[in-house]
Write a protein that binds this ligand. Sequence first.
Ligand code: UDP
Ligand code: MG
Length: 324
Amino acid sequence: MSAPKLIIVIPCYCEEEVLPVTAPQFKAELEELTGKGLIASDSRILFVDDGSTDGTWKIITELSKEDSKYSGIRLSRNRGHQNALLAGLMEAKASCDITISIDCDGQDDIHAMEKMVEEYSKGADVVYGVRSDRRSDSFFKRTTAKFYYKLLRSMGTDVVYNHADYRLVSSQVLNEFAQFEEVNLFLRGMFPLVGFDSAEVYYERHERIAGKSHYPLGKMMSLALNGITSLSVKPIRIITGLGTIVALISFGLLVYTFVRYFMGATIEGWASTAAIICFMSGIQLVCLGVIGEYVGKIYLETKHRPRYIISKRTDDPGKDQPLA
Ligand code: UDP
Ligand code: MG
């Protein structure tokens, strides 16, 4: 079997501080893998500029002029990490055998790519990069992440523990993945749904080389929520269960009230009644919120809007391209 052609897909959003540092590192890794005969010599890097408002796209076009190993596409506006990554993978799949997706900030150890490619040559179609430890994270992120992965699993979602979006995927898997047309993306939970043989490669995650995280708490929570609601309907089932339990308790209370009435003791108890009403309204609002979350998802899915629009490509930077 000849060496597979690799495209490294790298989403970038306002990364002008990091890109000049990490781009040569990615290229060096690509050349090392080529030198070892693990990947084909026409392998390359594909940057996806997620509608950056700084000089990121300029850097990408300059890099591509400097070396044909660099290429890039630009989205028409900021669509978020998951959509940007999807755009890159869909763009790459027709012209390569394998893709590796990685963040552009140097946090993920690029040397793990070699092990990923080796796992591919041993037969895995998807290779998940798994963080061997979370030392570089804050205590808060570490504990919430652990709880979150457990929660996802308890909801019946198959996610690889401590795996984010550093992953090797073969073009065959990507071609099948293209059939997943949902707009609410949670890629790390979707690839296990596609199936195929998979493997895991462990690596250490470092601090960001420069710039700042684009995942503040709010965005992280929204991704986390999306992870659950786009892959599982268990929360709605839990609500049904909760409703049943509360209804049974209420029935018991009703019987109790009647008994008290016939015993002539009906004045007491207004405080507990008020408490129950407040409690019930709270539960009902939460339940409505959860159901609303799913209704909102259905609303977005039924629109079938494009998940991203590519406005520029480095091979033709001036001209706008049609819908992807
Ligand atoms: N990113 C993106 N679009 C966004 C936000 C982030 O393409 O709207 C990219 C970003 O440039 C980086 C990757 O997604 O390559 C991960 O983002 P970041 O490092 O900010 O997240 P963190 O590692 O802190 O979770
Ligand atoms: Mg990062």
